[in-house]
Design a protein around this ligand. Structure first.
Ligand SMILES: C[S@@+](CC[C@H](N)C(=O)[O-])C[C@H]1O[C@@H](n2cnc3c(N)ncnc32)[C@H](O)[C@@H]1O
Length: 239
């Protein structure tokens, strides 16, 4: 099973310290919402965000959008062999049901995330497809490892161990039973803010240049799918 965790995601509602800013109020008015009900977004609030703590790392909900589009509804996901979690800037964690269909349209995705961050789950009633949970990252990673002695937690990071595609395939455990946990930063600039390296077994660099978080998601997902011949297995099950 592959467990993907998008770390320190640049996904949040406009924080109280920016809600009185003109550009925020204008955009909220246009969208018929209150300022603290809309997503923080560098595209619209960039100037106001220069006064925000960590402003350059926040307000990029598109990163989560593209990561989810590249992970969900893939053959691995459909085979029930993947889970996805998103760690928010404030440390809370979104549990993503692998069956969720994320809107293809970015504006609709924004509306969905706003509802999730305001209400705590989507849909608001009944079984949630997206739900905000309280436990922290350490707790999440140990619950994903379970009692397996062969689990492997990989942190994708610039400056990690140089790892080509073949190296990545060989480092992955050969048993499908062994949980593989992949941590990827879902923020635009800089390194991880929190000292989370110790929660992972290895740190891998997949290219000598900075990669987009969603390219890292795709590379690991497809390396894992190939390692376990997921697509061929699906054809066999289909017959
Ligand atoms: C776009 S990067 C963000 C930080 C980057 N330093 C920047 O200045 O844009 C997002 C995440 O993708 C992953 N990543 C980026 N480049 C990588 C690489 N060459 N190898 C492995 N992971 C990488 C890391 O998890 C990183 O936190």
């Amino acid at each position: 099973m592959l467990h993907v965790i998008l770390l320190e995601a640049a996904l949040e509602l406009v924080p109280p310290e920016l809600s009185a800013k003109k550009m925020v109020q204008k955009q909220a008015y246009r969208r018929k919402k209150k300022p603290n009900e809309i997503l923080l977004d560098q595209t619209y609030h960039g100037q106001a965000m220069t006064q925000l703590n960590d402003g350059t790392r926040r307000g990029r909900p598109d990163i989560v959008f593209f990561c989810l589009q590249s992970l969900l509804e893939t053959p691995l996901c459909k085979a029930g062999l993947m889970t996805v979690h998103i760690q928010l800037y404030d440390g809370r964690i979104i549990q993503v049901d692998a069956a969720v269909r994320i809107p293809r349209n970015y504006e609709r995705f924004v509306g969905l995330m706003e509802q999730l961050l305001l209400v705590g789950q989507v849909p608001p009633e009944g079984a949630p497809l997206l739900k905000i949970q309280a436990p922290g990252l350490g707790e999440l990673i140990s619950s994903l490892r379970g009692s397996s002695k062969d689990s492997l937690a990989l942190l994708a990071v610039e400056g990690g161990k140089h790892t080509g595609l073949n190296d990545l395939m060989s480092v992955l455990p050969s048993s499908l039973e062994a949980p593989v946990i992949l941590g990827i930063g879902a923020f635009p600039h800089g390194g991880f803010q929190h000292d989370l390296q110790s929660l992972f077994d290895i740190q891998v660099e997949l290219d000598y240049e900075v990669m987009m978080a969603w390219h890292v998601c795709s590379e690991v997902l497809w390396a894992y799918s190939l390692k376990h011949d997921v697509v061929s297995e699906r054809y066999l099950l289909e017959q």
